[in-house]
Design a protein around this ligand. Structure first.
Ligand code: FE2
Length: 291
């Protein structure tokens, strides 16, 4: 079957763009592309034209998630696959493709109404990535941007949707407190997508958090110092996950969902991967910060 192979980009609707700046620039060291006043803010984290787009507006919400395929043939094979499976998929117009900076683009909704996009040919910019703080950079490349965790009204139906339409494969499960989370991969990254029942304040189709992975633990450690100096609220302290073994912390964005800033996640080789079931998300740390 045709499969996506990477998380390529994320779009977010934000009410208070200015409030995001300390996280985006002082902590994560992302690079802002030049823009007209009031225009969406596009952000770089590597050689791609951009990885994040923030749309100033009246809501704080996930605008879309962009999944990448390896070839143009794969793009059209996946489009046919979605059509065959009865997904209401449309090819995007030229203006949208130019805004996303991709060659080919299709759009559809997941079972909870979260907009999903699949693209081929994300623009590689000839200008180098210029981080806004001194960082080693991000682990992207063949593993993509990182991961997203979405809440789903019916997680079993959503797991089937992403497996049967986009080719995701099972990584493992964690059940703890009120949460039941399923982790899915589409490359060597332990998970590019996780789905959980609505909990921790995330409703169906909503983004709970996205994760970016630093190339150096020192980037994360210095970021941890910076969030405390800048007064950026944490939701989980520094810790290490059971399943993907990522060392990370979680900060709360002005939109209410979180960003996980991590280092050193384990990788999956599908030829010998065993799907496991965990009863806790953490080996150590990741303590909930009271608000
Ligand atoms: Fe995560």
């Amino acid at each position: 079957m045709a499969s996506v192979t990477r998380l390529g980009y994320i779009g977010l609707n934000v009410i208070d763009l200015a409030a995001w700046e300390p996280i985006l620039f002082q902590v994560l060291g992302l690079e802002a592309r030049a823009r007209a006043p009031g225009a969406p803010l596009q952000l770089r984290m590597d050689e791609r034209h951009h990885r994040f787009t923030l749309y100033p507006g009246k809501t704080d919400s996930l605008a879309y998630v962009g999944w990448e395929v390896d070839t143009r043939d794969d793009f059209f094979a996946l489009y046919d696959q979605l059509k065959r499976n009865g997904v209401n998929v449309v090819l995007a117009d030229g203006a949208t493709r130019r805004e996303r900076a991709v060659m080919e683009l299709m759009q559809f909704l997941d079972p909870d109404g979260a907009r999903q996009e699949v693209f081929f040919g994300g623009v590689e910019d000839n200008a180098p990535f210029r981080p806004s703080r001194a960082i080693s950079g991000y682990r992207t490349g063949e593993q993509g941007l990182g991961h997203v965790l979405l809440a789903a009204a019916n997680p079993e139906a959503s797991i089937a949707f992403y497996r049967d339409n986009l080719g995701f494969r099972l990584s493992d499960y964690i059940h703890w407190d009120d949460a039941q989370a399923t982790f899915l991969h589409c490359n060597a990254r332990h998970h590019s997508l996780a789905l959980m029942n609505p909990c921790f304040g995330s409703g169906p189709g909503e983004l709970n958090h996205f994760m970016v992975q630093a190339k150096s633990i020192d980037d994360v450690g210095r970021g941890y110092d910076l969030v405390q100096q800048l007064g950026i609220p944490l939701i989980l302290t520094l810790g290490k996950h059971t399943n993907d073994q990522m060392t990370s912390f979680y900060m709360i964005t002005p939109a209410g969902f979180a960003i996980e800033y991590g280092y050193g996640g384990r990788e999956i080789d599908d030829s010998d991967w065993e799907v496991k079931f965990y009863n806790a998300p953490k080996i150590w740390g990741h303590n909930l910060v009271p608000r």
